[in-house]
Design a protein around this ligand. Structure first.
Ligand SMILES: [Fe+2]
Length: 539
């Protein structure tokens, strides 16, 4: 079920895009194409005459992603019956054509690109259109047509040209949306912030069957289908999540850069090891292949990211002119198994320099990116807690970088040695907000701050959560480099300019009922060339 009501148009272009379809009645022939070429909407009306009435295939909305200076990926997936158990969304197994158009305005008066894509059951009826020939640093609007049905419109943008620093950008990042634990209001609030780009750092969905992962506040809705293992299971699960109107609004608002964490496959999986190796899954690599295939099908990724069996290459850098390099990391696929049996442990093996979280090839690639970087800001979009985080008994999380200390040391030293100007690590996974200063040596209080980490809470995982004063959390007392903690649901909104990165920790008081407002619980600034956090008055 959709989580809450649609945004009412407020007269701006962007608001109308989020309500989807509202602009169609005004569609006209674009001035940048030859006269006489009908727009998608007009063609739909024409072709629809005399056709049997069929269900809307655009129930899963639209999305865009992976922008560069002249192109962007436009995504949709046809599913007139999104919850169909075979994962094919009620499509009839034929290969079909989907038309698309890109315009300068949300009324599609100035259409600049048109084309079509074929899709069918092998692709799960997903469309990945890589539209090129666009201008750098520009906002665009896009939509699709299949038969007489026209999709909602989405808003996207290209990155600035190389070398251009620009005035700045608004980037929001999010993670961990458990459909059963709460409504996706935080996605709606993120969309209302009208970001230029969104990073999703994993746990976009959860694999569990109904009632096997219950929030402390009780589940507000149920997963369909069994624990995901087959391709049909994963396809059905993605479709169920996209039936949420708030999630669709977030995708329609901006291009996304995505990386999965564990639940897109299996809780706390590592390379070829599932969560419960003592309950062997002889086909874990097959399950992984199914999960990656459905992930690719449902995300606005480039064709070069298409998986091959159980392998998918997702680490990549997206440059935002000369202002930001987004280095998107994969900390699941190439890692060693968690040390000392996973969990929170005091574990000597965690310090073994031979252990790796990124894998050798990804680590070498990342260090090379550091050496090549000329950006003001180098942001690492990744999954698990980077800073040291010790509990009362001195234990640390074996699933996070604390369980792979050699990896953490090599990556941190890599950005220091390369002279990276402003390294900032972005993190999800832990369902709580944190702001951390990164140290060269966490054991030495006088060790310099060499970077900053911003950790986003969940969109809904864990239910409503709770508010807290920073001093209430023992982790802040025991880890002086950790400056902020909060356990409400929400996301992080950043404003990145040449001179500073400002982070607003956005929270909602409840997700067990739809419609809660978002507020900024705390704000921090990171100044150019000065790693570390200074608290700012929210507002
Ligand atoms: Fe999660």
């Amino acid at each position: 079920m959709p989580a809450s009501g649609e945004i009412q148009p407020r007269g701006t272009n962007r608001r109308r895009v989020l309500v989807g379809g509202a602009a169609l009645g005004a569609a006209a022939v674009g001035t940048t194409l030859p006269p006489g070429v009908p727009s998608i909407a007009l063609a739909a009306a024409h072709e629809g005459a005399g056709e049997p009435s069929t269900a809307d295939p655009f129930t899963l909305g639209v999305a865009s992603g992976e922008p560069d200076r002249h192109s962007v990926v436009l995504w949709t997936r046809l599913a007139p019956r999104p919850l169909a158990e075979d994962g094919l969304g009620g499509m009839n197994r034929r290969v079909v054509v989907v038309h698309r158009e890109v315009a300068l305005d949300d009324r599609f008066r100035h259409v600049v690109r048109r084309g079509h894509e074929w899709t069918g059951p092998d692709a799960g009826y997903a469309v990945h259109a890589e539209v090129a020939g666009l201008a750098p640093g520009r906002e665009y609007f896009y939509r699709f047509r299949h038969g007489r049905h026209v999709s909602p419109a989405g808003r996207t943008r290209t990155t600035p040209a190389p070398g251009v620093v620009g005035a700045g950008l608004t980037m929001c990042f999010a993670s961990c949306s458990q459909f059963e634990h709460g409504f996706f209001t935080a996605y709606r609030r993120l969309a209302e912030d009208e970001p230029d780009v969104v990073l999703h750092l994993g746990d976009y969905l959860y694999e569990y069957r109904r009632d096997s992962y219950v929030s402390p506040d009780g589940n507000v809705r149920d997963h369909r289908g069994p624990e995901t293992a087959t391709l049909a299971n994963y396809r059905q699960r993605y479709a169920q999540y996209r039936t949420d109107a708030d999630l669709r609004a977030a995708h329609a608002a901006a291009p996304w850069l995505v990386v999965p964490d564990d639940h897109e496959v299996d809780n706390n999986w590592a390379a070829e090891v599932p969560e419960k190796p003592h309950r062997p899954q002889p086909d874990f690599l097959e399950r992984r292949a199914n999960a990656f295939r459905a992930y690719y099908e449902n995300m606005p990724l480039r064709r070069r990211n298409r998986p091959r069996g159980p392998h998918i290459r997702l680490h990549r850098t997206v440059a935002w002119g000369a202002l930001v390099n987004f280095h998107m990391l994969d900390t699941r696929q190439y890692r060693d198994d968690q040390a000392c049996g996973d969990g929170w442990k005091v574990c000597e093996d965690a310090a073994d320099p031979a252990r790796t979280l990124t894998g050798d090839a990804q680590e070498a690639w990342l260090l090379e990116r550091f050496r090549d970087s000329r950006a003001r800001w180098d942001l690492l979009g990744q999954q698990v807690f980077f800073a040291r985080r010790r509990n009362a008994s001195g234990a640390t999380s074996m699933d996070a970088w604390d369980g792979y200390r050699g990896s953490r040391d090599r990556v941190s030293r890599g950005w220091v040695d390369a002279g990276v100007r402003n390294p900032v690590v972005l993190t999800g996974d832990v369902h709580t907000h944190w702001a951390n200063e990164l140290k060269a040596d966490y054991a030495d209080p006088d060790s310099p701050v060499i970077g900053t980490e911003l950790v986003t809470t969940s969109i809904s995982s864990g239910g409503d959560g709770y508010d807290s004063a920073p001093g209430d959390n023992e982790n802040l007392r025991r880890n002086p480099h950790i400056k902020f903690f909060n356990a409400r649901r929400g996301y992080v909104r950043t404003r990145i300019t040449p001179g500073e990165l400002r982070a607003d920790f956005r929270v909602l008081d409840r997700v067990t009922e739809p419609g809660a407002p978002a507020r900024t619980r705390a704000s921090f600034a990171i100044a150019d060339r000065r790693p570390g956090l200074s608290e700012r008055h929210p507002g």
